[in-house]
Structures are given as C-alpha cells and as structure tokens.
Design a binder for this molecule. Structure first.
Ligand SMILES: NC(=O)c1ccc[n+]([C@@H]2O[C@H](COP(=O)([O-])OP(=O)(O)OC[C@H]3O[C@@H](n4cnc5c(N)ncnc54)[C@H](OP(=O)(O)O)[C@@H]3O)[C@@H](O)[C@H]2O)c1
Length: 263
C-alpha cells in the first residue's frame, strides 16, 4: 500500500461519518486527524474530551467505554447531529497491569477487562443496533494486537483481552452480516504512543521482552497512526478495496503491514 503524501477529501469518503473511541491521544487522535483530512464527519470520545481536528465537523464528548449507557447516548448524539454512522472504531484500550499474573491486583485485572473487552463489546453492540436501524453497510473496526495470538510473559491479561476482541469481532460479524455490519479486527503494528512509552519504561523483570521494543525505538521502526488510518479506510471502508471475510467466517482479521523494516 502507498500512503498518499497529502490526503485530501475525496468523493469516496466525503460526508461519511466515523466514530473513534480513545481519540484523545495516540492512535485514536491520529485516526481522527486523518479521517477529518479525508472529509469524514466525526464522533470522538475518550475519558477526557478529545481535541477537534482543525476545520472538522465533530461531536466530541467525554465517555468512559466501560459505561454502556454513556456509549449509547454518545452514539445517539452523533446520529442526531449527522444522521448516521458509517465507520465505528473501538480503539480505546490499556495495557496495564504489566507483570506476572500471579502478582497482579485483582482490581486492576477487572479494570483491564472492563475497558479492553467490555468496552469493545459495548461499542460493537451499540454500533450493530445502529446498523440494523438504517439501510446500507457499516464498518466495525475493533483494535486488536499481535498479543492476541502471541504470548508474552508479563502481558497475561492484555494477551487475553485482545484474543477476546478477536473472537467477539468474529461472532458479531457472523450475527450481524445480514443486517449490513462488516466486522474487522485490526492489529495496527507498533505505533509510538503513550502505550509504547509505558512498555519501554517497564523493567525487564516485569516484561522480559522489553528489549525488542527498545530496539524498535532505537531504529525508529514505527508505524504511524496516519498509516493505520489509511489502511483502515482502504481495507475496511472503501467499497472498491475493502477486504471480505473468508468463507464461513464472520470478520476480517488483519495486521496493518509494516511500512518500514523492523529490527
Ligand atoms: N501503540 C501500539 O503500538 C499498539 C499496538 C497494538 C495495539 N494497540 C492498540 O491500539 C489502541 C490504541 O493504543 P494507543 O497506543 O494509542 O494507546 P494510548 O496512547 O494509551 O491511548 C489510549 C486511548 O484510550 C483512551 N482510553 C483509555 N481508557 C479509556 C476508557 N475507559 N474509556 C474511554 N477511553 C479510554 C485514552 O484516553 P483517556 O485517557 O482520555 O480516556 C486514550 O485516548 C489500543 O486498543 C491498543 O491496545 C496499540
């Protein structure tokens, strides 16, 4: 895939409506900026109110994704403003607690599952109900991770939560396909966000694979949120290029290709 150097609003996306959770920083903020540059109108949320990309038409609210009622009322506000939602990205997520599972605080584990699993499930359900209520297709993108399929010591609950995201996406894709829902579990690659800074700051005793992330940082071998956004539009939204689930599957599961060689 080639990333256009200067994305401009185009007929394929102009006027479409995208919701991004966890849009206050990191990948979510980058998705918002890119989608706005391509002509999307936006619904953006996080626990802190996301900044509005310059010139964009946006509903921005503080929403904790662990609260299904808040997600429903946020979706209703976006639909009241723009009439419909075409793309919903469940991006909000966290990595902590990091360290051996046997040493984890049960409250931290519950919080993690509430955000990374239930937050994605609530957002997916809200969007599925919206897609049922109006004609046409809608793209659901749930942010996954290589951790869904690759075990790392220190990341037990993160690996488990991302595996759950993959399977929840698969099932809702099977359930809602006939209603027009297109389901995607997307692994973004390594993007240099607060989450990556947290990984690099973790002692090797808590996360034995930390050296790999230091090497990526030293080599500057990151994907960008802009690249992830471009890939989502190409693979999940654009009718001319979007991917289809394999026969009998409910969702497309894909990893954004690395734009640069990894050490
Ligand atoms: N960065 C990577 O290399 C990488 C790799 C693989 C997968 N991912 C996945 O990509 C997604 C984004 O990662 P990131 O690196 O951009 O993370 P990040 O920099 O830590 O940002 C996380 C975002 O989620 C929001 N958030 C956290 N808890 C929330 C809650 N309860 N309700 C609503 N919003 C909440 C945060 O905003 P507030 O604090 O304002 O709520 C923030 O906007 C995550 O799902 C992550 O697992 C990232």
């Amino acid at each position: 895939m080639t990333l256009p150097s200067n994305p401009t609003p185009d007929a394929r996306h102009s006027g479409l409506v995208a919701v991004v959770t966890g849009a206050s920083r990191g990948i979510g903020a980058g998705l918002a900026t890119h989608f706005a540059s391509r002509g999307f109108r936006l619904g953006l949320c996080a626990r802190s109110v996301p900044e509005v990309p310059v010139g964009a038409d946006v509903v921005a609210e503080a929403v904790d994704v662990t609260d299904p009622v808040a997600i429903d009322s946020f979706a209703a506000a976006v639909v009241a403003r723009f009439g419909r939602i075409d793309l919903w990205v469940n991006n909000a997520g966290l990595l902590e607690p990091i360290g051996p599972l046997a040493d984890a605080d049960p409250t931290d584990l519950q919080r993690h599952v509430a955000v990374n699993v239930l937050g994605v499930v609530h957002g997916s359900a809200t969007f599925a109900r919206h897609v049922r209520s109006r004609p046409g297709v809608g793209s659901l993108v749930n942010m996954s991770s290589g951790a869904a399929t690759s075990a790392s010591r220190g990341w037990a609950v993160y690996c488990a939560s991302k595996a759950a995201v993959e399977m929840a996406t698969e099932v809702i894709g099977l359930e809602e396909r006939d209603a027009g829902l297109l389901a995607f579990a997307v692994t973004p690659g390594v993007v240099d966000t607060d989450m990556q800074a947290l990984i690099r700051a973790t002692p090797v005793e808590s996360f034995p694979d930390v050296a790999r992330f230091h090497r990526i940082h030293e080599a500057g071998a990151f994907a960008t949120a802009d690249w992830v956004a471009h890939s989502i539009l190409e693979c999940c939204v654009d009718p001319l290029s979007r991917l289809e689930p394999e026969d009998g599957r409910g969702a497309v599961h894909f990893r954004v290709p690395d734009p640069v060689a990894r050490p």
